[in-house]
Design a protein around this ligand. Structure first.
Ligand code: HEC
Length: 160
């Protein structure tokens, strides 16, 4: 699948919009609120509906780090973790020493940070552990062996 399609798919999953059309590579409908961005540096501007999804509970049923990443993270951090700097700044997760140890990304994902929404309400402990391990072992990152895996128990202990 093309990168842009993946990005649209991620955004589409969040809005619940036109999934079928996107899956078939048909032209996606205009994103709500906006000018369409088609450049390589297209970024994802969450709509009010997206924020509602982020705040709601138990909406994300994807299992496994990759599926969780693609459904809720890739829209902002991009499919290959390269981040984006356009309408907003989304830090790259590729080659990012900040996520070497599992504790910091676990905390950020649960609690959110500035323009990143909190996911404590929509991801369970195992989903958070899986996505933390996924970003720490993909996009050129290789932090698990040295720094250890995040476990569902660690995530539970980090929840407030
Ligand atoms: C709505 C956009 C958005 C979504 C969705 C999102 N993030 Fe973020 N993320 C951000 C922004 C913006 C920051 C920078 C926050 C700041 O300024 O400190 C960030 C920061 C981070 C950081 C810290 C990076 C650093 O260098 O300090 C990690 C790790 C991270 N995000 C992982 C994830 C994961 C994993 C997901 C999916 C579960 C996710 N993010 C979903 C926007 C998003």
């Amino acid at each position: 699948m093309k990168t842009l399609t993946k990005t649209l798919l991620a955004a589409g999953l969040l809005t619940g919009a036109a999934l079928t059309a996107i899956a078939q590579d048909a032209p996606a409908p205009e994103a709500e609120g906006g000018e369409s961005r088609t450049s390589e540096f297209r970024t994802f501007d969450p709509t009010e509906d997206d924020w509602e999804t982020f705040r709601s509970s138990g909406e994300i049923t994807h299992q496994g780090g990759e599926a969780v990443y693609n459904s809720v993270c890739a829209g902002c951090h991009m499919p290959e973790g390269e981040g984006a700097d356009g309408a907003g700044y989304y830090p790259a997760l590729a080659d990012n020493e900040m996520i070497a140890a599992p504790s910091y990304p676990t905390y950020v994902i649960l609690e959110g940070q500035k323009a990143m929404p909190p996911f404590a309400g929509i991801l369970d402990d195992q989903q958070v552990a899986d996505v933390v391990n996924y970003i720490r072992s993909n996009f050129g990152n290789d932090f698990i062996e040295e720094w250890g895996e995040a476990t569902a128990e660690d995530v539970e202990a980090t929840r407030q």
